[in-house]
Design a binder for this molecule. Structure first.
Ligand SMILES: Cc1cc2nc3c(=O)[nH]c(=O)nc-3n(C[C@H](O)[C@H](O)[C@H](O)COP(=O)(O)OP(=O)(O)OC[C@H]3O[C@@H](n4cnc5c(N)ncnc54)[C@H](O)[C@@H]3O)c2cc1C
Length: 494
């Protein structure tokens, strides 16, 4: 007898946890299967959250849980050039917060929403059929799901087993990252550049251990990194291994950059690192994964609830694939720009000069912060710039008093904001779309674009992106409602 669930998620990293929360908010029966024995993360990975990611958490009313635990930094960086962002967002800062804390807080939220996380179990196989996916587990049991989502990291078993190609660039540089005890304290802390590349030593929070980042001579490796590899790399970079021993974390990362050719194969979907890997420069991995989940969650929920046809899931690939491709491009550029030679230094200085100018710096900050994402929801010169862009978190006056836009999104349901003067009738969609009559007299300012014309109404998807803009008429509103939230009253056969 198979245990059945609407969705099985492989992997309780940031992407899987975010997706589970989104599905649970929509009332979907979802479970996570996680290979690790607990949420504990060995070593440090991502170091923080960027503005758009904090905004999506704010859209669910949980941003404060993260912000209260982290450190706000007012600057951002592109390949060593720092610039201060003055973008129009409530979260105009980088939040320093280590990945283990991010995962702990996300897992707490997912637990409150009642999603079971089965630790210590791996997905070891699956087979797809017309109505679902049979999922084999490492404990010998099987699950049946309508959809299986691989949030199982860069080496994704789900991606490989689904036969989804992962084209891209092989590594050109390799780094070891470790936390170790030393017998000889370094005299030089911080970043060092030499002909090999970039290296760094830092004192860890506990005061006893040292954080090491060191570029290796050899780029291609077939085995997992060892303490001996670390010692050799330290000697090559610093002339000593500092007596490094007893590593509590030792890992290798490269600038390998690859992206899944398809984010979907019928009833199997990929999100996060399983769909895209790129260098950590710019700290964009965790952000892209959590935002993949924000894009996928409500769509998958609507398909499972038979409000929208299965084809809605194709928009997940068409919207998110270009976003990750852009992240890959800018992180490759940053790796190139951190090369230690004099010619690259000239290029770095030139880029720094460009980024010192207000307009390029604003555009790059918007890109690095994920605030300039633009989904192609229809072309044409007359399209309002809000279409396909993130809805700003405006302070509105609604019938019940003042309310922020993001608060209206807490339940992960779509919102139609009507600023008038006339009424809008969406009775056929009343069971799925909230209609809010609101007043707003302030500017409509978008990151990187500046002030845009005030619309008379906006239809906001649960992920906070604008699906339709009213400019005095209701032209195309019904089409947009059907496209994104299904035909009124109908349930679809998937
Ligand atoms: C050294 C380093 C530094 C980084 N720095 C940053 C940074 O500063 N900022 C940033 O945004 N990103 C950073 N990243 C990237 C970031 O850590 C990843 O992008 C992020 O963890 C991706 O989340 P994920 O949930 O998609 O995948 P993962 O975090 O890899 O989670 C995948 C999960 O799936 C589980 N799993 C794997 N296979 C199976 C299976 N078959 N069955 C069940 N479970 C399975 C794994 O145990 C794991 O828990 C860094 C990464 C590294 C390595």
């Amino acid at each position: 007898m198979l245990t059945e669930h609407a969705v099985v998620i492989a992997g309780a990293g940031p992407t899987g946890l975010m997706l589970a929360g989104e599905l649970a908010l929509a009332g979907i029966d979802v479970i996570i299967v996680e290979r690790r024995l607990s949420q504990e993360l060995a070593g440090q990975r991502a170091g923080g959250l960027l503005p758009r990611t904090i905004e999506i958490l704010d859209q669910r009313g949980i941003a404060d849980r993260f912000v209260s635990q982290g450190m706000k930094h007012q600057v951002t960086m592109f390949t060593g050039t720092t610039f201060v962002s003055d973008l129009p967002t409530r979260h105009n800062y980088v939040l320093g917060l280590k990945q283990n804390h991010i995962e702990r807080i996300l897992a707490g939220w997912v637990g409150e929403l009642g999603v079971p996380i089965h630790y210590g179990i791996e997905v070891t196989g699956f087979s797809q059929h017309d109505s679902g996916v049979d999922v084999a587990l490492s404990n010998g049991q099987s699950l049946r799901a309508q959809y299986l989502v691989g949030c199982d990291g860069g080496r994704s078993f789900i991606r490989k087993a689904a036969g989804i190609a992962f084209p891209g660039l092989d590594p050109s540089t390799s780094n070891l990252i470790a936390e170790v005890e030393v017998t000889q304290q370094p005299t030089e802390w911080g970043i060092r550049r030499d002909a090999l590349g970039i290296h760094a030593l830092s004192k860890l929070e506990d005061g006893a251990r040292v954080g090491v980042l060191v570029t290796e001579r050899q780029v291609v490796h077939t085995a997992e990194p060892t303490l001996q590899d670390l010692r050799e790399a330290l000697i090559a970079a610093y002339g000593t291994d500092f007596g490094a021993h007893n590593p509590t974390w030792l890992s290798r990362f490269t600038d390998m950059t690859r992206q899944a050719a398809a984010y979907r194969d019928r009833r199997v979907l990929l999100a996060g690192d399983s769909a895209h890997v790129h260098p950590p420069d710019g700290g964009q991995g965790i952000q892209t994964g959590m935002q993949d989940s924000m894009n996928l969650g409500w769509k998958l929920a609507q398909v499972i609830n038979r409000r929208a046809p299965d084809s809605l899931l194709d928009s997940y690939h068409s919207e998110r694939h270009p976003v990750a491709a852009r992240v890959m491009r800018n992180s490759i550029a940053q790796v190139m720009l951190r090369r230690p030679d004099e010619r690259t230094q000239a290029l770095r200085d030139t880029i720094a000069e460009v980024l010192g100018l207000p307009e390029p710096s604003r555009r790059f900050a918007a890109m690095m912060f994920g605030l300039d994402i633009h989904y192609d929801l229809g072309s044409g010169d007359n399209r309002h710039p809000l279409l396909g862009r993130r809805m700003p978190d405006l302070d509105l006056i609604a019938a019940d008093g003042p309310v922020r836009v993001f608060k209206l999104l807490h339940a992960a349901r779509p919102v139609l904001l009507n600023f008038g003067p006339g009424d809008i009738d969406i009775t056929p969609w009343a069971d799925r779309v909230q209609l809010v009559r609101a007043e707003y007299d302030g500017p409509w300012e978008l990151p990187a674009l500046g002030v845009v014309a005030a619309p008379s109404a906006v239809l906001i998807r649960p992920d906070g992106y604008v699906a339709w803009v009213g400019e005095g008429t209701q032209q195309n509103l019904a089409e947009a409602l059907v496209t994104w939230f299904g035909a009124p009253g109908a349930t679809t056969l998937n």
